[in-house]
Write a protein that binds this ligand. Structure first.
Ligand code: MG
Length: 408
């Protein structure tokens, strides 16, 4: 955050240079043994709000602009046959087999980190509700200080027990912090910390033992570690609470439609995801029909005008605009009106290319811009059976509906 503030007045070229210099790699630790969870499948494969815990944790880093690439440490059996949702991503995701202990998994993942990485951010896959803001906070602090971890200040009074279960000491609560992940380190600091063979439950402990100061960063009480089925139930309720089970004063529906011509020599951008194809959509902006239709749907639902009113194509400011960014701005307009997105459903009409292989990436991308969860966004592809200009492959169209609610 501090870095962003310091740069806000800097010339554009300098901002770009500095942001390019910040290469951050992520390690998702999901490789431990004994990950049985209530006797069922491995804990990281339990489903939470329509996605596995593992997928949610990985998605948080895939959709974060602060992270360039990711290494996921999985149990050996899972690493040999990784779930499909870990493939075909918008940024490099490498899978490695985990080791005996968590720190062994992290060490094996660290060996796969590229030369360009300056900071490595490590996250425990068992914390699927991590937010982009927390990831950024931790990374920014690591750039400033070399090592940083998310942690929560204790709210209960903390007692140190003796071997007989009696209180040996009452610790000063204002100095007690409960460690979470993400934990982020400059590469040289982490390399040094991982040379230790001592047992540790997190990387910060290894860095401390190696003599590196570790900065505490405000954690997030909702960044819950899922260790029991009860934790999973709590997380389900929290997720549900953003969309259902909350009394709403007004439910409003909005409809959006857009169409752009397909031409040669342009990239095809749908829902903020660039899709390999020999043509792209023609328009003043990147002509992203999904973002435009969803933008109109949410603005329409909130009675807040339309895309042309907020981002007119007669205004040079929006020429070659990133439509995902326009959608993010529209979501902020709607949120300022007190509305929450309950769900968005999109139909894309395209004769070619096939949309299905990209649907998950598009859902995650659109959800990221809307500030909601990917399971609240649905994207479906249709052909036009060869009928009319869309069927002839001259254009792509998108229809979207959005349901918004205003919390009481
Ligand atoms: Mg448009």
């Amino acid at each position: 955050m501090t870095v962003g503030r310091a740069l806000s007045g800097a010339p554009r070229s300098r901002v770009k240079l500095l942001s390019l210099a910040r290469h951050v790699s992520a390690i998702i630790a999901a490789g431990g043994r004994g990950l049985r969870f209530g006797g069922g499948p491995p804990k990281q494969l339990a489903t939470l709000g329509g996605r596995t815990i593992l997928q949610r944790s990985v998605d948080a880093f895939v959709t974060s602009d602060a992270v360039a690439d990711i290494v996921v440490a999985l149990p050996a059996l899972l690493a040999a046959d990784p779930p499909a949702y870990l493939r075909s991503r918008t940024k490099p995701v490498l899978i490695v087999g985990g080791g005996e202990r968590r720190q062994d998994s992290v060490r094996q993942a660290f060996e796969q980190i590229g030369q360009r990485a300056e900071v490595v951010v490590i996250h425990d896959a068992a914390r699927p509700l991590v937010t982009d803001a927390l990831i950024r906070r931790t990374i920014d602090a690591a750039f400033e200080t070399g090592a940083a971890i998310a942690a929560l200040r204790a709210s209960d009074t903390v007692k140190l027990a003796d071997a007989a279960g009696r209180i040996a000491e009452t610790l000063p609560r204002d100095r007690i912090y409960l460690a979470q992940t993400p934990q982020a380190f400059r590469v040289d600091v982490l390399r040094h910390a991982l040379t230790s063979r001592a047992d540790a439950t997190d990387e910060a402990a290894l860095a401390e033992q190696a003599g590196h100061p570790v900065q505490l960063v405000d954690g997030d009480p909702r960044n819950l570690k899922i260790t029991t089925p009860d934790d999973l139930a709590i997380a389900e309720r929290w997720l549900g609470g953003t969309t259902a089970g909350v009394p709403y004063a007004g439910i409003r529906i909005g409809n959006g439609y857009d169409l752009h011509r397909l031409v040669e020599g342009r990239p095809l951008v749908l829902g903020g995801v660039t899709i390999p194809f020999d043509k792209g959509l023609l328009g003043h902006s990147d002509a992203d029909v999904i973002c435009h239709a969803v933008t109109d749907a949410i603005l329409g639902a909130a009675g807040a005008g339309d895309i042309g009113r907020h981002f007119p194509d007669t205004d040079a400011a929006w020429k070659d605009a990133n439509s995902l960014d326009l959608l993010r701005r529209a979501a902020a307009i709607v949120a300022a009106g007190g509305y929450t997105v309950i769900n968005v459903d999109v139909v894309v009409v395209a004769q070619r290319p096939r949309l299905a292989p990209h649907a998950d990436a598009i859902r995650a991308s659109v959800a990221g811009a809307l500030g909601c969860d990917a399971f609240q966004v649905s994207v479906k592809g249709k052909t036009n059976e060869g009928v009319d200009s869309v069927g002839a492959g001259e254009a792509i169209a998108a229809h979207a509906v959005a349901l918004l609610a205003r919390a009481v």
